[in-house]
Design a protein around this ligand. Structure first.
Ligand SMILES: *[C@@H]1O[C@H](CO)[C@@H](O)[C@H](O)[C@H]1NC(C)=O
Ligand SMILES: *[C@@H]1O[C@H](CO)[C@@H](O)[C@H](O)[C@H]1NC(C)=O
Length: 336
């Protein structure tokens, strides 16, 4: 594994691109094979029916969500552990302002094709792709978003991509939620990558909800591009999967409040004794300032990044999309 040491974050030791290896099936292997063979036809039929036909019909959001829940039900994703910052478990109905609602933005972690499927089943949002060097985003379909989780990282949008920005999407789709994956590419969920500046195009009064999705077992995350079969096998052969969903308090794209400011400076003091923490934060800052951001803007991204890392109980890493591309190349050579 040390061959991949260059793809480990120097400050934290986290390797966010290495695939999560499944527990050996052992004596359960025959059961897994049966489950897989039993579920596959249902799964393929339902997915094909939905994505080839039904999604194009005006069936109503509720009906579409129900179909998406069925797609998630087949592989046994039925246990979802939802927690919302500042809301006691079970008292969700009392405070709607803590959950994303139309014309809000979701900044989601990005580890698996299931991220988009789950978000679609709950919120029926608009999906976007972010790129590391632009504030614009690409508007894509749910199916496009699912495929993105399995496809190669891209530093720049391809020619002819439908580019827009969050401000425009919010203006033209006031009844929808906008989903942004600010890390631009998938990880195994063990670290949060530096963010694209795309979130900075959010209007100042629009709520940005950081949402972290974590899976147990984590082998249904897809940090390595192109591993369709491994994903489908892990998804369909295991009896059940659990999703842990955490929603943070909304962050706004505005200059920082004095309260939070104070907290930052204490954080900085706390970490003075810790050399690695300092090098990590300077690394993050240098990589961000490449992109012509003001200090205010970096703070906005910093707040969303900290929230996502806290929700996922992980650390922020400084490995970029370029690093991930290099990793994918090294990884595919290894297999040959
Ligand atoms: C819901 O939360 C908002 C903001 O946190 C707060 O202002 C409001 O009073 C809460 N409403 C209820 C019914 O608890
Ligand atoms: C978002 O906030 C940043 C910094 O606070 C600002 O530079 C940027 O213009 C804002 N974006 C929008 C669309 O208002």
């Amino acid at each position: 594994m040390e061959k991949y040491s260059q793809f480990r974050d120097r400050a934290t030791g986290i390797a966010p691109f290495l695939p999560v290896v499944s527990e050996p099936a052992g004596i359960y292997l025959p059961i897994y094979i049966c489950l897989f063979l039993f579920r596959l036809p249902f799964f393929v039929t339902l997915c094909a029916t939905y994505f080839l036909f039904l999604q194009w019909f005006p069936l109503g959001s509720l009906f579409k969500k129900a179909l998406l829940w069925m797609i998630m039900g087949i592989p046994g994703i039925w246990w979802i552990d939802l927690q919302i910052d500042g809301v006691k478990k079970g008292s969700l109905a009392k405070n709607e302002s803590r959950v994303p609602s139309p014309s809000n933005v979701i900044a989601s972690s990005f580890t698996s094709p299931l991220d988009s499927l789950y978000l679609a089943a709950i919120f029926d949002p608009i999906f976007t792709v972010s790129y590391p060097h632009t504030r614009q985003v690409e508007y894509i379909s749910l199916f496009g978003a699912i495929l993105r989780a399995l496809s190669k990282p891209k530093e720049f949008p391809s020619k002819g991509a439908k580019m827009t920005d969050i401000k425009t999407l919010v203006r033209y789709h006031p009844k929808r939620i906008i989903v942004v994956f600010p890390e631009c590419t998938t990880t195994n969920g063990r670290g949060t990558m530096p963010f694209s500046p795309s979130l900075l195009a959010t209007p100042p009064r629009t709520k940005i909800f950081p949402i972290s999705l974590r899976y147990t077992a984590a082998d249904i995350t897809t940090p390595v591009s192109g591993e369709y079969w491994t994903f489908i096998w892990n998804l369909l052969s295991h009896p059940t999967h659990c999703i842990r969903v955490r929603i943070a308090e909304a962050v706004y794209n505005t200059s920082i409040s004095p309260e939070v400011d104070k907290k930052f400076s204490t954080d900085a003091l706390d970490s003075l004794g810790d050399e690695s923490a300092i090098s990590s934060s300077t690394e993050t800052l240098t990589s961000l300032s490449d992109q012509d951001m003001t200090e205010e803007e970096q703070k906005v991204l910093h707040r969303v990044g900290e929230a996502l890392a806290r929700l996922g109980r992980v650390k922020r890493v400084s490995l970029t999309v370029t690093k991930k591309s290099e990793f994918i190349e090294t990884w595919s050579k290894r297999k040959k």
